[in-house]
Ligand binder design. Structure first.
Ligand SMILES: *Cc1c(COP(=O)(O)O)cnc(C)c1O
Length: 407
């Protein structure tokens, strides 16, 4: 029989959402009349902006006509979309990122997960804690870590604790690492990294020849003017950072699938003999071999947000969720809970009262208030003692959940 990649066995099963589902189902069976409100979801719920729907219908019709039919598209993504991204998300904000530094994909999860393939297996990694689990798990699968310890940490990984004490903004470590995963606005804490914090990381990366992998999936949710939407707003970032973006949370594309990665044209890594190699070329080589692009229809849909009307519709969508976020943040604040996030992200990170565990608090919310959150411990060891609530529910459910808690 074929031998398997045993690195997969180092991963604990994906118990988090399965366990949540199990506990919620059990409670509902025992209390059939309880109206459960789910504020644990990490998926959007509002429909696609009209500009996107219209553009996709038009694109579908083009494909149904022999004169305008298209087959395989360019692996890097259509130029019409890359040009618009370069213009609207970068040049208009004073950042010089050109269309040929942008690579379109079928979503950011794949990009964040696949990027590690172009780096050496002996690269040392540093990962924010708590954070989106994809960065760590894909490095475990690749064999870049040791085993999981009872303290919840993998050997050989530098965890970067994000705690209330450091404002959820980790400082660079003492040791040297090669790859640094940062997420701002962060999932699950909903907090952001300032320009100064990013500058520290850029300085560290320059000194240690590291590459920063910066996930900005929630950039569109930033409301505070001085918080960087892109790491390239900070001087020197183009020499050390790759950036990930997605249409999923920006425009409701979680089911439609479109994202992109930015690899600056001069960003390089080295071979063991010290020769510099452009990362952009390696990624293009990877994509041309393993990827055949995301659908033309979807890329036309994504392109449609880059117009005045498109931007207004996207803003509307995000305002809806961010109003929910405000309702949750203020509602929890009123009843005396410590809350973080929710200002520049659709996530509210809530300290459990009396230091009870994430799961005990999850049970209490479910049993007493019929509200479902996500236990913070599921996002990393430093998430213990916290719970994540999301602003992706309906307005009605969000308001009702806060009323229940206020009583
Ligand atoms: C939702 C999310 C993504 C985007 O995922 P897609 O594959 O583009 O849908 C990326 N990073 C984080 C942190 C996320 O929460």
């Amino acid at each position: 029989m074929a031998k398997i990649n045993e690195n997969y066995l180092k991963l604990p099963g994906n118990y988090l959402f399965a366990e949540i589902g199990k506990r919620v189902a059990k409670f509902q069976t025992e209390h059939p009349d309880a109206k459960i409100i789910r504020l644990g979801i990490g998926d959007v719920t509002r429909p696609l902006p009209k500009v996107c729907v219209d553009a996709m219908i038009k694109a579908a019709q083009e494909l149904g006509n022999v004169e305008t039919f298209r087959g395989y598209g360019p692996e890097q993504g259509y130029e019409f979309l890359r040009e618009k991204i370069s213009d609207w998300n970068y040049r208009r904000r004073g950042i010089e990122i050109s269309a040929d530094e942008i690579f379109i994909s079928d979503g950011s999860k794949c990009d964040c997960g696949n990027i590690q393939e172009i780096f050496s297996l002996d690269s040392k990694i540093a990962i924010a804690d708590p954070v989106y689990p994809v960065y760590l798990d894909t490095n475990v699968m690749a064999g870049r870590t040791g085993d999981l310890h009872p303290n919840g940490k993998f050997d050989g990984v530098t965890y970067l604790p994000c705690t209330a004490e450091n404002n959820f903004s980790p400082a660079p470590p003492e040791n040297k690492v090669d790859l640094i995963y940062l997420c701002s606005p962060n999932n699950p804490t909903g907090t952001t990294l300032t320009k100064n914090a990013l500058k520290n990381w850029i300085d560290y990366a320059k000194k240690n020849n590291s590459v920063i992998l910066f996930d900005a999936a929630y950039a569109a949710y930033i409301t505070e003017e001085n918080i960087p939407r892109s790491i390239y707003e900070v001087e020197g970032a183009k020499d050390v950072a790759i950036e990930f973006r997605s249409f999923s949370k920006t425009a409701g594309f979680t089911g439609t699938r479109c994202g992109y990665v930015v690899i600056p044209k001069n960003l390089s890594g080295t071979t063991s003999s010290g020769e510099k190699i452009l990362l952009k070329n390696l990624w293009l080589r990877r994509q041309t071999t393993k990827f055949n692009g995301t659908a033309y229809i979807v890329q036309r849909g994504a392109e449609a947000i880059y117009s005045d009307e498109g931007q207004a519709q996207v803003k509307n969508l995000i305002d809806y969720y961010m109003t929910n976020a405000k309702i949750i943040r203020e509602g929890l604040g009123h009843i005396g809970l410590s809350v973080y996030g929710g200002v520049n992200a659709p996530y509210i990170w809530l300290k459990t009262p009396k230091n009870i565990s994430s799961w005990d608090f999850f049970d209490e919310l479910l049993k007493k208030f019929h509200i479902v959150g996500t236990p913070g411990a599921g996002f990393g060891p430093c998430g213990e003692g916290f719970l994540r609530l999301t602003a992706f529910g309906s307005r009605e459910n969000t308001l009702q959940a806060m009323e229940r808690l206020a009583e």
